[in-house]
Design a protein around this ligand. Structure first.
Ligand SMILES: [Zn+2]
Length: 353
């Protein structure tokens, strides 16, 4: 349900500029994140459409807040909303606010009424390619989102001279998310899972249009020489609590020898990706001047030598490596060095980057 007409400011602007309407305010150069303006329809003294025990203003706020939360949780994006509570906000206030902020896109969320069923969405009739692109990205993804939670009719992509589409100075789309006065639709709108699916669909469409990619899942794990089942070393490796720089209770040491007798840290890598590998050791003038650390990367073993006479009691980076998914002996400390001093094995930390 919508409010409407007056001047075609958007068309006049577009004509004067010789192209699509540009934002009134240029975005500051430091604003690296795309700016998304979310407009939950109605609010406060304007409930929007009311039927079947539901109020449009409450549903639009619920969906829009979830869109915001999903986007903020998954992408580098700046969000502004016309309202975040049950507040009365005029149509002019909404578009003025979005224009003043310099939003990159404007998405208005509504619930339909008047008899009918399903999902439809709107853009301004004579809008530019960027608006069409937003509409094309958003519509099918909202529909797909909804259909993960219920059966929904596709009423199509439409055009209309609505205030928020006309007066917004950036690509704008308005979604009509089912009919509040149709019982089958209202039953879906009463489902929390359906509202979340609808919000997820909007978020997917917005992310697709803006080319947002999700940051890599975070992963960091520490394996100490005492971590159960994750450290192995031969009986040639002694155990020491000599240095206060140790990680955890104790650490392991061995004399250098020209033979393979590595201590191994085993790590379960969740996905093939790039990881930073850090090691922790105690330092002492009597420790190795060049302790070989073996990293089992997806492209084969790589060896990094660490001077363990100094720099102890802190994480030291061996570098960033592409590591294959799977549980394996990942980092080895080798005794095979001609450098003097005891070789130390204490702890490793693996962090996805
Ligand atoms: Zn409405």
């Amino acid at each position: 349900m919508l409010g409407n007409p007056s001047v075609r400011r958007r068309t006049l602007l577009a004509g004067a500029a010789g192209l699509a309407a540009a934002p009134f305010l240029a975005r500051p150069a430091f604003a690296a994140n795309p700016r998304v303006y979310l407009d939950p329809g109605h609010g406060g003294t304007d409930p929007g459409a009311v039927a079947n025990g539901l109020q449009e203003k409450a549903l639009t706020l619920n969906i829009a807040l979830q869109i915001r939360n999903i986007l903020q949780a998954n992408y580098a994006v700046d969000i502004r909303m016309s309202r975040t509570t049950d507040a009365t906000v005029s149509l002019a206030q909404r578009t003025d606010d979005a224009n003043a902020w310099g939003a990159d896109i404007f998405v208005s969320v509504h619930i339909n009424s008047g008899g009918g069923t399903g999902f439809e969405s709107y853009r301004y009739p004579t809008t530019d390619a960027a608006t069409l692109a937003l509409h094309n990205a958003l519509h099918p993804r909202v529909l797909s989102g909804m259909r993960t939670a219920g059966s929904v009719t596709d009423r199509g992509q439409k055009t209309a001279n609505f205030h928020v589409l006309r007066e917004s100075a950036m690509p704008a789309v308005l979604t009509e998310n089912l009919f509040i006065d149709t019982v089958a639709d209202a039953n879906l709108l009463k489902s929390a899972a359906f509202l979340t699916a609808t919000a997820q669909g909007h978020a997917n469409g917005i992310a697709n249009h803006l080319g947002l990619s999700a940051p890599p899942p975070s992963f960091s794990t520490i394996v100490d020489n005492l971590t159960a089942g994750r450290f192995t070393a031969s009986a040639n490796w002694g155990t020491s609590t000599y240095s206060g720089q140790r990680y955890g209770t104790d650490y392991r040491y061995a004399s250098p020898v020209l033979a393979s007798d590595s201590a191994w840290f085993k790590v379960n890598i969740p996905a093939t990706a790039n990881y930073r590998v850090d090691v922790w050791h105690a330092a002492d003038p009597g420790y190795s001047a060049s302790a070989p650390h073996i990293v089992v990367t997806s492209g084969g073993n790589q060896t990094v030598n660490i001077d363990q006479r100094t720099g102890g009691g802190a994480w030291r980076s061996l570098g960033t490596f592409n590591l294959a998914a799977g549980d394996r002996n990942l980092v080895g400390v080798s005794r095979w060095t001609s450098a003097a001093g005891l070789v130390i094995a204490d702890a490793v930390r693996i962090t996805r980057v």
